[in-house]
Write a protein that binds this ligand. Structure first.
Ligand SMILES: Nc1ncnc2c1ncn2[C@@H]1O[C@H](COP(=O)(O)OP(=O)(O)O)[C@@H](O)[C@H]1O
Ligand SMILES: [Mg+2]
Length: 256
């Protein structure tokens, strides 16, 4: 098992001194090499779930295990990518890709070798000497993925990585991420609010309830082309699965 949540509860102290239960009784597993998406209403604890996987937060109760070991703090087994690419503007793309390796104490020659390999793998050859502002949004996200893959983590966490992109760039980048992640064979957890995206990219989808977040449904995506969402997109099962997820979100019962 690459990742396991065992009865996880997460409470936060609020400004008023009261406690807010963000996540309550969350249990699930992710197999090695599996691509799992998590969908759920805003504020249900999706980002908190990722932060606990990355070791940035500790669960209040229960356990989070990566490769069978409890997560006790930030560690090199988990690579985290956010909606904003967080590339350092004063570093060129190659040295941005090297950045994570530096903090892990990898020596200079090895850093350069791995960063160049990932630059090529992520189809950014020729852009190593460019600065982030010289790249399009989609290319910057690819560079951020290259940086994440360069540290060779066991699990990749993606928190809405496509949500700031225009529709066509999004489709192309979903395709490119799916291929790169499948080639690298990485276990992946994707947070998204786009139901179609979760169907296009995953082996399995976890649907969360409103806060306090817990899993209300688990949907297996038994379709080919997990490494090619643009192909999967043409399949008639895709909207059917998206409709199933939609049903579990029970939007008709909500008023905002
Ligand atoms: N560090 C924190 N301190 C206090 N409350 C937090 C903290 N992080 C998240 N929360 C609260 O926990 C709930 C879940 O947040 P989050 O995981 O960001 O939701 P999502 O990503 O699903 O939109 C929200 O109500 C949020 O305000
Ligand atoms: Mg979030």
């Amino acid at each position: 098992m690459a990742l396991e949540f065992r009865n996880v509860v997460k409470r936060f102290a609020t400004n008023g001194g009261a406690e807010l239960t963000a996540i309550d009784g969350l249990s699930f597993t992710v197999n090695e090499g599996e691509f799992v998406s998590v969908v759920g209403p805003s504020g249900c604890g999706k980002s908190t779930l990722l932060s606990m996987t990355a070791g940035l937060y500790q669960p209040t109760e229960g356990q989070v295990l990566v490769s069978g070991k409890p997560v006790v703090g930030p560690n090199e087994h988990v690579g985290f990518m956010l909606q904003k690419d967080l590339l350092l503007p004063w570093r060129n793309i190659l040295s941005n890709i090297e950045f994570g390796l530096e903090s892990r104490g990898v020596d200079k020659a090895e850093r350069r070798r791995r960063a160049e390999a990932e630059l090529k793998h992520c189809h950014l050859e020729g852009f190593g000497a460019h600065y982030p502002y010289q790249l399009s949004g989609g290319m910057r996200q690819r560079a951020a993925l290259a940086r994440t893959l360069a540290i060779d983590p066991e699990i990749i966490l993606l928190d809405e990585p496509f949500s700031a992109l225009d529709a066509q760039t999004k489709l192309l980048l979903q395709n490119s991420f799916a291929k790169l992640i499948a080639e690298a064979g990485k276990t992946t957890l994707l947070i998204t609010h786009e139901l179609a995206e979760s169907v296009l990219m995953s082996d399995r989808i976890l649907v969360m309830s409103e806060r306090p977040g817990t899993i209300v449904a688990e949907i297996k995506v038994d379709l080919p082309h997990r490494d090619e969402p643009l192909k999967r997109r043409m399949m008639p099962e895709v909207p059917e699965l998206a409709a199933q997820i939609f049903h579990h979100l029970k939007l008709e019962e909500k008023v905002i």
